[in-house]
Design a protein around this ligand. Sequence first.
Ligand code: WTA
Length: 651
Amino acid sequence: MSEPAIEVYEVEDRTFPPPADFAAQANTADQSLYDEANADYEAFWARQARELLTWDRDFETVLDWQLPFAKWFEEGQLNVSANCLDRHVEAGKGDKVAYHWEGEPGDKITITYAELLTEVKKFANVLKGLGLEKGDRVAIYMPMILELPIAMLACTRIGVAHSVIFGGFSADAIVDRCIDAEAKLIITADAGYRRGAAAALKPTVDQALDIGAPSVENVVVVDRCKTDPAMTDGRDHWWHDLMAEASDDCPAEPMDAEQLLYLLYTSGTTAKPKGIMHTTGGYLTQVAFTHKYVFDLKPDTDIYWCAADIGWVTGHSYIVYGPLTNGCTSVMYEGTPDTPGKDRLWDIVERYGVTQLYTAPTAIRMFMKWGAQETQKHDLTSLRVLGTVGEPINPEAWMWYHEHIGGEARPIVDTWWQTETGGNMITPLPGVTTTKPGSACHPIPGVFAELVDDNGNVVTNGGGYLTISKPWPSMLRGIWGDEERYRETYWSTYEGKYFAGDGAKLDDDGYLWLLGRVDDVMNVSGHRISTTEVESALVDHPAVAEAAVVGGNDELTGQAIFGYVILVGGNEASQELGDEIREHVGVKLGKIARPKTVIIVPDLPKTRSGKIMRRLLRDVADGRSLGDTTTLADPSVVAEIASRAAESDED
Ligand code: WTA
């Protein structure tokens, strides 16, 4: 762990109890779920598993905990797609809308549970036809179109694990993930719409396969934007051709509760992303539970909308698996919030009568910048619950959400969780919790969090490191292919506890305030990016000899990436070269990982033992005072870095 930078907010003492009319109709409005879970958390989760899911075979063991390896509901068998689709259709809800899908250029598709089930069965047969078998892995690199959840659910129907790769990632990122997972197939689209234009995807897959991912035998391509991409004979197949011939008869196979459901790669503190493993029964239990209680879901009447991308865990759990398991109607949106206008989201909320909106603090800060007049163009009174996820929400953004989107009358649920935790962990329950702007409040029933200090002692008031002290159903089961790294990353820092990598504070009332990462992971617009990964991409540029990357504060994106680079001898520092180096990271990793600023420096501040002083670089990035620099190998370096940083700020 590198120098923790725990900063404590000023005391925030505004409180917002659940509105009385909301609490009166809420799925839960008292302490009973907490009491039940505190009395016996295994029994609590077993009850949720049996009530929320349909099992082909019941389980006997609730939890087998061989620290750090958990098995939940071991003997149980179930199929995820059957829980998401078949059982609702069998219960007479086949005509219920599963998704109202909105494409960016204005196209709309409404798909019912029965229709979705047919598509999933057909695509499961396509997968079988391409030789995929239970236990295999498939990579998915797609825009936000309905074929994406169809592909995911088809995988679950036959026990194939999917690995969804966010559509903004580069060819190199695809290669790394396909090689690591030994993916046999890539499912993609020619392109996806972004701000009115088609953004190519298939050519990036081609590039990846040219670099080399030998396990990939076939590519299935959805023709989303009619961009006429190159198709390689024998390897590349059009989705519509395969589907035209596929049978819609495909029974759901019962899977063991611990069958691998998916891999989702996330940035850690090294250059190599980790393939986070999620399995079937426990994962589905916790996402269904949280979706029902955190969003106060009323499946018969609600129109729920999580405005995330399925390429991230939020989309997996709260666009696909949670909402479908609970049989609700969701909105799914392909595009960006500013196209065709800056009121796009509010237009969608009004037209569908959206009841729950789940988005990120970065988006809220952007809406604030655009101004309340955009929200005032639309009737937002259908909204009942507002959610946020991905990064700490500053009290100003929370209040703006409360006032301008929530009309000062809707509960806000600030949900803390991670790719690794699979589902919400720390969040208010909207009918129960009195909220404070900027606090994620309390762990959900059945989840137990503790703050610890540097020595691992439990902190009951003030700042510390966030740990989870008991296993939970949707916890990651490991890192694909690297058992040791799993143990090391999450379970070795504090004995017997899961180390989340976040700093937090407990206030006098026992409320938790999440304060951001304490390791070398940055959070840019709610996306996790590893400093090491960006550093490797920087030094990959031929003109760069050494690089150090830090996350500086940014009003809009939470953090922004600052890269400090030392040039290889013979290269002249220039604005053009800095830009070229910046672009290089975009090409290597994807645009989201491109530094906001690249600062060319003659040297980097290091301790006498040769460790780069990131704290100092962060201070420079934030324009803070430099403080005590006497542990530097060469103090003059710092002044030089600071002046270069100031120059590049002016550009
Ligand atoms: C951060 C996203 C504060 C945190 C679901 C965590 C948050 C990382 C919150 C996980 C929140 C997420 N308040 N910080 N409500 N939600 N984070 O894996 O630093 O993309 O460790 O999962 O985001 O990011 P990930």
